[in-house]
Design a protein around this ligand. Structure first.
Ligand code: ADP
Ligand code: MG
Length: 725
């Protein structure tokens, strides 16, 4: 019974004390802890022979290839370091197309000829691993009889230690490729895209007199998540198997009082956050921010930005740590983008920028952006990139889960547009007419209380409704979903930007070759870009119906769901783009398209099956029991010689609902047995037939819930899950 979960949850909350879940560390130690489980630069310098250290740094900072001798030296130092920390095993950690991470642990032990064993780890084992690739999705890139796949050490992301109560494992971040060298993972294309964008950005920088030889994409992802008591979690088959609730009536109190956002963090949750942060510090994830989010029981964690490839690894680790630590506090962490209908879903705000090797942020406007030509060129390139590749960007965040979010009135719409803010919009408007002469300043903010300091006012307000917003010195891709790996959206962003910068560089190079004045050429180019791509700029309310109409007029894509968005992976242009920059070839693109379609189809199928199961084995038995009780009560009143109008009416209404519910559940079961041919056809069938049948079944189920006595209801309710904490 659902109410059993409630009493267990209440007991667990009452019993919960700071002692039970106390982290093995204290806040004062946090700085000391940071990176203590990472084979970071400091360890590398101390432990590696000088030539090996220099060679490794050259690989990390300049992308130079690494030789086997260096790998051997690194392997030995790594093993010694890991062993000193108690590690007995190592693993090649990779990010297959499943969207989660994979690891297979191997012992350092190698047999000796005397029948004993010694700890051994060589460069060969560091550089290359060979997991059986046949059990990971490959989208037809590899038939099962050619199961070979390799994991290849990614030296740009530092190894760390995975500490468990009974074991310590050395984790080596890797890329995962097939025997033919095709990318079977999300990391490889990301790394390739970083090289591509670096190369094109350097061309542009050179025109402005920079000596930078490398540019890095930087990323700081803000992760939203829900925490609920674990007892509720285990009492909900839908949460366990689908990550989201498939039934559940809206509670009387939702988020309408707006009393959640930045609200006081509950004691147990704060304790959980602190321990999760300690764990992340240890493995070098620079967590910075924590707060309550908009929905009840929703929270956020955000790190300081890093190079995008490291940020992606750290983001995966963050999701894993959140999930791992929550049970210690009697909590379950939900990373699904829409665990609860009717309350806000979760996203991942992907803050993104470019930085040169000296650490200069290329999207930092300075105080007077109107005369910061280099900044304006990079900023205009972003507009071009997002406008030109809006379809691919949309596809990079498409999933069955994100379909519940995008376009609902709480999350960015499915239409991609860029928020620039007043200041930049004004400058670009000036540029459209020829030249930018001034920058609007924010001035200061007088609060009207003399003891309070005067605050400098930002030149523009924020816009929470935009899917892609300029936030002062970076762009924030806000439509990314909470549960997904951020590798894909960052890869696409880098690719799109490489394309835009390539065209910018080419044009400026040609102009200066003809000894045209650079400033004039830039000015001309900016005017051209803004004329061509201003349709992508939208500073208004993205949730409004007018925007949808306006966007259509502007010719922007509105790919409302995954099934509409996924084909963008295989348009001729998209394939050409990623192939041109050697990020993904046509086969790799088609493979991804296939995997994402399959993933959509499987997800909807699992959810549909789960609904049928919950309908028949949870909700119906409870409903029939209540129906019987009302019937008995009507009969008892009648036997007493009178007649209860209201009870009879209730019986009528309730019986009708139950009949409808059972018929719809059976209907859904039948729908799930069929399907349409190709994966594309099947996906359309799932979206058009199954998803809508699920929505209808849910509606009736939720109507039954609000009429059924609490003690009979077999599932924890929204009110309990979201507010009992
Ligand atoms: P806000 O969302 O209020 O602008 P912050 O300035 O704290 O908040 O930034 C939010 C996220 O953006 C953080 O993760 C931060 O590290 C990241 N960020 C800041 N600067 C950059 C940058 N140049 N590149 C990528 N991410 C950045
Ligand atoms: Mg933000």
């Amino acid at each position: 019974m659902g109410s059993a979960a409630l009493s267990q949850a209440v007991k667990s909350i009452n019993n919960w004390s700071m002692n039970e879940g106390r982290a093995s560390t204290s806040p004062a130690k946090a700085a000391e802890l940071f990176g203590s489980m990472v084979f970071n630069d400091k360890e590398q310098r101390e432990r590696l022979p000088k030539p090996a250290y220099r060679a490794l740094r050259a690989t990390i900072t300049r992308g130079e290839p690494l030789d086997l001798a260096t790998a051997d030296a690194v392997a030995t130092a790594l093993k010694d370091w890991a062993s000193e920390h108690g590690a007995t095993h190592y693993t090649h950690w990779f990010q297959p197309m499943t969207g989660i991470t994979a690891e297979k642990h191997d012992s350092f032990l190698a047999p000796t000829s005397e029948g004993g064993a010694i700890a051994e780890f060589r460069g060969k084992e560091l550089i290359k691993g060979e997991p059986d690739a046949s059990s990971f999705p490959s989208g037809g890139m590899r038939s099962t009889f050619e199961a070979r796949g390799y994991t290849a050490w990614d030296p740009t992301s530092p190894p760390w230690l995975l500490v468990n109560v009974n074991s310590v494992t050395l984790v080596i971040p890797t890329a995962f490729v097939s025997w033919t060298g095709e990318a079977l993972d999300k990391k490889t294309p990301l790394l390739r895209s970083m090289e591509a964008v670096s190369k094109q950005a350097v061309r542009v920088l050179k025109l402005f007199g920079s000596t930078a030889e490398r540019v890095f994409a930087t990323c700081g992802p803000e992760q939203e998540y829900f925490l609920i008591d674990r007892n509720f979690y285990f009492a909900r088959p839908d949460l366990i198997n689908a990550g989201r609730t498939l039934f559940g009536a809206k509670p009387p109190k939702g988020q309408e009082l707006e009393d959640q956002y930045f609200g006081t963090i509950p004691e147990r949750v704060l304790a959980f956050m602190a321990e999760a942060e300690f764990e992340l510090y240890k493995v070098g994830v620079p967590v910075k921010t924590r707060h309550n989010e908009v929905a009840p029981s929703q929270y956020e964690i955000a790190p300081i930005f890093e190079n995008a490839n490291v940020a992606v690894d750290h983001q995966m680790m963050t999701m894993e740590v959140l999930k791992k630590i929550a049970p210690k506090y009697g909590l379950a962490c939900l990373l699904h983008e829409k665990p609860f209908a009717g309350v806000n879903g979760s996203g991942k705000h992907n803050n993104w920028s470019l930085s040169d090797e000296f650490g200069n942020n290329l999207l930092g406007p300075g105080d007077t952006p109107h005369d910061n030509m280099q900044f304006l060129v990079f900023c205009a390139a972003v507009l071009r990139a997002v406008d030109r590749w809006q379809g691919l960007l949309r596809a990079s965040i498409a999933s069955a889960g994100n379909d519940h979010r995008l376009g609902a009135n709480e999350a960015p719409p499915a239409i991609l547009s860029v928020f620039l803010g007043d200041q930049l919009t004004d400058i670009f408007e000036q540029l459209e007419k020829g030249a930018a002469k001034s920058t609007k300043q924010g001035g200061t903010l007088d609060i009207g209380v003399s003891v309070l300091p005067r605050l400098p006012r930002d030149a523009g307000d924020r816009n929470r409704t935009s899917p892609f917003a300029f936030t002062g010195n970076k762009f924030e891709f806000r439509a990314v979903s909470s549960g997904q790996s951020i590798a894909l959206p960052n890869m696409v962003l880098n690719a799109a930007m490489a394309d835009a910068l390539d065209s910018v560089a080419t044009e400026l190079e040609q102009a200066t070759a003809k000894s045209e004045d650079l400033n004039k050429a830039v000015s001309k180019l900016l005017t051209k870009i803004i004329k061509e791509h201003k349709r992508i700029v939208f500073n208004g309310n993205n949730y409004s119906a007018e925007w949808e109409k306006e966007a259509k007029k502007r010719g922007l894509l509105n790919l409302k769901n995954t099934v509409d968005a996924l084909p963008q992976w295989v348009t001729k242009d998209a394939v050409k783009l990623l192939d041109r920059f050697k990020i993904l070839n046509a086969r790799e693109m088609h493979a991804r398209y296939e995997i994402f379609l399959e993933n959509y189809n499987k997800t909807i199928n699992i959810e549909g099956q789960l609904m049928v199961l919950m309908a028949n084995r949870y909700i119906l038995p409870a409903a029939l029991e209540y129906q019987k009780r009302i019937g008995q009560s009507v009969a008892a009143v009648k036997a007493g010689g009178s007649s209860s109008v209201q009870a009879k009416k209730l019986l009528g209404v309730y019986t009708k609902l139950v009949d409808k519910f059972k018929a719809q559940a059976d209907g859904l079961a039948v729908l799930l047995e069929h399907g349409g041919g190709t994966p594309e056809k099947h996906a359309k069938y799932m979206r058009d037939k199954v998803v809508s049948a699920m929505a209808k079944l849910r509606e009736v189920g939720d109507e039954i819930e609000v009429l059924t006595p609490h003690e009979l209801w077999p599932l924890p309710t929204y009110r309990e899950m979201l507010f009992v904490k």
